[in-house]
Ligand binder design. Sequence first.
Ligand SMILES: C=C(O[C@@H]1C=C(C(=O)O)C=C[C@H]1O)C(=O)O
Length: 436
Amino acid sequence: MWSPSVKSEFVTPTAASPAVQALTVETTPLDDVRQLIPFLDPRHPLLWLRRGDGIAGVGEAVRLEFTGPTRVTDAADAWRTLAAAATVTDPVRLPGSGLVAFGSFAFADESEQASVLIVPRVVIGRRAGRSWLTRVSVADASAEAPRDGGAAPAAALPKPTAFGPEFRLTMAPGQLSAAGYGEAVASVVARIAAGEVGKVVLSRELRAHLPAGADVRRALVELALGYSDCWTFAVDGFVGASPETLVRVTAGRVDAQVLAGTAARGANAETDARAATTLSASSKDRAEHAFAVDSVLESLRPHTRALESSAPFTLKLPNLWHLATDVVGTLADGSSALDLVAALHPTAAVAGTPRAAALAVIRELEPFDRGRYAGPTGWIGADGSGEWAVALRSAQIAPDGDLTAYAGGGIVADSDPVLEVAETTMKFRPIVEAFG
Ligand SMILES: C=C(O[C@@H]1C=C(C(=O)O)C=C[C@H]1O)C(=O)O
């Protein structure tokens, strides 16, 4: 249960966060800031951006790490405690103003990759023509005075910095080659025919190495410009431009957009229109899509009232078409966005159905750790609001510069290995072009 409280005198330490930090958070309005990316740290950007609106974070006031099967529920609990101990002044009161944490969670329970919640020291936000600056300062709950002297006075905007030199990466196959992926797809199709499983989302990876000191903001600009209708994100070295909204919670409203079912864009207007019509008429894609919508509705229903879904429609992206369904409802039980993320992840759009059987096939056939690919990435606010994407069209940059990009697709009874390899190639495009 989420009890919104941004001011609290008393802090109860929890197992997830033994020494609760008391944050002092101050948001002030700014004149419209049109570009958020130039304010970011070139090597440690924190970003959540769509159609020019979003939040950009600089520095780390708090970093919480989670692993294992309870990583999302642990994070939801730790966030409740942290938010309850914070003193927040927020005259702006827009989604993303006040206290926020950026978050990114590993796809798999057994992943080696840490899941994180990061509260930046400074956030610059923009929404519908309004902008703001949030500053965060930290004091240990047991300490008498804030460690860094309390909230900095509402000061001038941090300075944007010039971009570093251009770079171009060459991506090479990772542990699963394109041919190997095709074989894995064929193996899934055989398992579906044998009745072991209904749908499995299989993925492959590409690898590259980022030159030392590379300015990651260059790739973020490419993603944000090329895929402006997608969520361009950067959290702890994990970057991407995802079209899929896992869940949003704003003022008691819950919404999601389920994507599953993919087709290539046509070369001209006529073939492009035909590609969309064929996709929406395809029984293979409709079946794959229905699995994904059902899994989202089933997970959200216990937490919502008046949950409704649209009819499936075709969604146009620069690199492909998707079948999409909008889901909307009213929050019924005070859940935070992270509580809903815990209920939803992993959906059938990125795991398969039945879930446990699909995850077992993924573990067996994918010879790599997905890390945060296909996991939940987004932000959470002090009042439990938030916006979370399924982290697709993404890549993880390790501290040593090694970059791993991921793409996959839903495999159903009549999937064709050759077409599935081609689909992953289309889905790699945003990352390959942003870094290439
Ligand atoms: C798995 C990915 O995408 C997911 C799978 C889709 C499909 O199989 O048609 C479509 C959108 C996403 O839900 C990916 O982009 O890597």
